[in-house]
Ligand binder design. Structure first.
Ligand SMILES: [Zn+2]
Ligand SMILES: [Zn+2]
Length: 350
């Protein structure tokens, strides 16, 4: 026995082992390798870097977070460089991408109230600064709520507010994405013509679009049928242009078609349904987009189940295998489509 071990040791002298040179740093980030990107919004309540581990543990290879509390005016909240550095290096280790930041819900660049609008511009400025510090790829913003202002003036306010918030900052690779809305109340952005007008008016800032399936359905686009999906996509192509869409929020809807309220449901368990999501995720016009879940966590494991569902829908059911089955277990922080707290926040924001 002892002799055998000795001989084995001789046969595999570690010093003789061929060690290839480390590959040169890639010019294109690893996540842009063309592979399917499925992510989920996770909580930063533990730590910023912890949110990455939660996503990875759930089997996601992309992630969305808030960079600060989503319902508090953290106007001046900066991230410590040590925390930002830990986040960036952990993200590289896990190969997660894209990293998407969802902006604070209180930011309302369309507000006709000058105090709230100024506060919103300052808060969004800090959103950009934090997103840059974290090395994020996208920063998603709801266009805002215009209250009693006209749609035209709201569009000008949003475009000017965005440009002012970004003034003096070199965004680099970071791209700001406007999210389509459900059309609740006086919210701007349920119509793609509005998103296009904002993007056109933002001459100093290239804007992309984040498409939310639950919002699209609540705004009246019938995604349940192949024809309905195609007509929604051709309308988007004719207005904002599909090339602007970088991220899709994959949420089923608790409310029926055209209900104009924002209520997210587990993928396949709502009014849109599983087969519709299979078509959406595999539609050639949407190839290459990052797919991010903002589904509720009603009971432990819901987050893992939704991630697993998406991998199955894209024909890669083993993608989540071997991952630790952790669950974020934190309910409050995940975007859940206009629940109580968010409604209260929206009221305060007028
Ligand atoms: Zn969304
Ligand atoms: Zn929503």
């Amino acid at each position: 026995m002892a002799e055998e071990q000795y001989q084995t040791g001789m046969a595999f002298d570690a010093a003789d082992e061929y060690r290839p040179e480390p590959p040169p740093a890639p010019e294109i980030p690893a996540w842009k390798d063309g592979s399917r990107r499925i992510g989920i919004h996770t909580s930063i309540a533990g730590s910023l870097a912890g949110a990455l581990d939660i996503a990875h543990g759930l089997g996601a290879n992309a992630v969305q977070i808030f960079s600060a509390s989503p319902r508090m005016w953290g106007g001046g909240v900066r991230i410590q460089e040590t925390d930002a550095a830990r986040f960036r290096s952990r993200r590289a280790e896990l190969g997660l991408g894209p990293v998407v930041i969802h902006a604070n819900y209180l930011v309302n660049l369309a507000s006709p109230n000058p105090v709230l609008r100024a506060r919103s511009m300052q808060a969004f400025h800090h959103e950009i600064v934090r997103a840059m510090a974290l090395g994020a790829d996208y920063l998603v913003l709801h266009p805002g709520s215009r209250q009693d202002a006209s749609a035209e003036s709201a569009i000008v306010s949003i475009a000017q507010g965005l440009q002012q918030a970004a003034r003096g900052l070199k965004l680099g690779e970071l791209r700001i994405l406007l999210e389509n809305t459900a059309g609740q109340g006086s919210s701007v952005g349920s119509r793609f013509e509005e998103l296009k007008s904002i993007a056109d008016a933002c001459t100093a800032l290239p804007l992309g679009v984040c498409l939310d399936t639950a919002h699209l359905f609540a705004a009246g686009w019938d995604l349940r049928t192949p024809g309905g999906l195609d007509s929604a996509l051709s309308h988007m192509e004719a207005t904002i242009g599909l090339s602007r869409i970088a991220v899709v929020h994959v949420n089923d809807s608790k409310v029926p078609l055209g209900a104009r309220v924002d209520r997210h449901e587990h993928v396949g368990k709502g009014k849109i349904g599983l087969e519709a999501f299979r078509r959406i995720l595999n539609h050639p016009s949407l190839a290459g987009r990052a797919w991010i879940l903002e589904t509720p966590i009603d009971k432990p494991g819901d987050d893992l189940r939704n991630v697993t569902t998406l991998w199955k829908l894209v024909g890669n059911p083993s993608a989540t295998a071997g991952r630790s089955r952790v669950s974020s277990g934190r309910k409050k922080e995940t975007p859940r489509g206009g629940r109580g707290k968010r409604k209260a926040a929206a009221k305060k924001n007028r």
